[in-house]
Write a protein that binds this ligand. Structure first.
Ligand code: HEM
Length: 401
């Protein structure tokens, strides 16, 4: 009796709203304190580890996170750092999250997987890049490009200027959906209304935002934030769409098998390869693995190509004499046809060189990241310790993180 009286008293005293808020406040302060201590300790260790590598000074807490604001100056900043601190320099972004960010959205697809898992998946997916699979894609891509050019015709008539990246990006998304998944999205014509397309773009923006906002590097804070909520919602929409695409294709494949129909009647696409892939033990990919690869290809396959194409168009616009040479070469190769075919690709060497030169000058993927599994020593004797994230910039600069 006395115990329950005491218990009631304790509850009454401590669960009064004001006291509850106090308690919550204290917990939050302790949590933030622990977090800051951990970050500071980690930073101190890293500073000692990278003593031999001078680099751009950063904020005592935020490090170099605020240096990159996606305001069009990020690349110049990297180049300047590279000039000031040759070969390699450290940058501090707090807890590195890029891997986990991509993992949440795209699962452990080829791009972020490693070791045996990567090896097995890479082998199973290699047939997806065979010429025979790629050939029919040329017509599909050409048709997608036509839709985009028709839209541009309207601007050409009114001489109105416009930002072409969005158009190119929708065109490449349209192409990858048609080529890899035989999926008609109509995203070029009904842009903005397609839930899945919107989710993909939201995810791209939110991944970038999370990278730039220091507090969002902490899972707990990001997931409680409105952006975290938007991120989870977009993930759900994207995953639901992917699962639906996979489910429908499985049905088609089962039907084809039941009716003994040859799959050769229709063009095999990347999704067929994923669903039919078997290793030496006749083991296929799990549903989760397939979804991860589909999401990876959807994401990787459209943004990189859109960026590359936009830069190629920019480079040609800046160099009208080369643009004219390409135009003449393509017109000759087409011999009056209105769309390009696989065989024509070998007839346009000058255009191919211009494309490659643009990719060299403006690489759509300007860097690659790795985690060191063992210390790496440079030719000048300096060593980057094991376990550190390491990014190679294609402009010949190395960055240790
Ligand atoms: C101009 C276009 C493209 C460029 C510049 C590009 C660039 C790259 C680079 C640099 C990597 C290596 C990343 C790393 O190892 O950290 C990579 C990997 C990858 N890319 Fe692309 N890519 C392009 C187009 C595509 C397309 C169209 C797809 C899919 C349809 C794609 C799917 C992938 C995949 C799955 C990986 C991981 C491969 C692996 O680890 O085995 N990429 N890409």
């Amino acid at each position: 009796m006395e115990i329950s009286e005491n218990f009631r008293h304790v509850l009454k005293t401590y669960l009064e709203p004001v006291r509850l808020y106090h308690a919550l406040g204290v917990v939050c302060v302790i949590y933030v304190g622990m977090l800051l201590t951990r970050l500071m300790q980690r930073r101190k260790t890293l500073k000692a580890a990278f003593e031999q590598f001078p680099g751009p000074p950063g904020h005592w807490l935020l490090g170099n996170t605020n240096e990159f604001q996606q305001d069009g100056t990020d690349l110049e900043k990297i180049i300047t750092f590279g000039e000031n601190y040759p070969y390699a320099f450290p940058l501090w972004f707090g807890e590195l999250i890029i891997d986990s960010v991509y993992n949440i959205f795209s699962g452990e697809g080829l791009l972020v997987s490693a070791g045996q898992r990567w090896f097995r998946h890479r082998r199973l997916l290699t047939p997806g890049f065979h010429y025979d699979i790629l050939k029919p894609y040329v017509k599909i891509m050409s048709d997608s490009a036509k839709i985009m050019l028709d839209k541009w015709e309207t601007y050409a008539k009114t001489q109105e200027s416009f930002e072409l990246f969005q158009h190119v990006s929708l065109m490449t998304l349209d192409s990858i959906m048609k080529c890899a998944f035989s999926c008609e999205s109509n995203c070029q014509t009904e842009s903005g209304t397609n839930k899945y397309i919107k989710a993909v773009y939201d995810l791209c923006d939110l991944v970038n935002l999370r990278f730039r906002v220091f507090l969002y590097h902490i899972d707990f804070i990001f997931h409680l934030s409105p952006h975290g909520y938007m991120y989870r919602r977009a993930c759900r929409i994207a995953h639901k769409h992917t699962e639906e695409v996979i489910r429908k294709r499985k049905e088609v494949l089962t039907k084809e098998k039941e009716q003994n129909l040859s799959q050769k009647k229709r063009n095999l696409d990347f999704l067929d390869i994923l669903l039919c892939a078997r290793d030496e033990q006749q083991q296929g990919l799990s549903d989760e693995d397939i979804r991860a690869e589909v999401d990876t290809f959807m994401f990787e396959g459209h943004d990189t190509t859109a960026s590359g194409l936009a830069w190629i168009l920019y480079a040609l616009a800046c160099n009208p004499e080369h643009q004219q040479k390409c135009r003449v070469e393509i017109q000759q190769a087409l011999e009056g046809k209105d769309s390009i075919e696989w065989e024509d690709l070998s007839k346009i060497p000058y255009t191919t060189m211009c494309i490659k030169e643009s990719l060299r000058l403006y690489p759509p993927v300007p860097g690659m990241a790795r985690k060191l599994t063992k210390p790496m020593t440079f030719f000048d004797g300096r060593t980057v310790p094991e376990g550190k994230a390491f990014s190679i910039k294609h402009f010949c600069y190395l960055i240790v993180n």
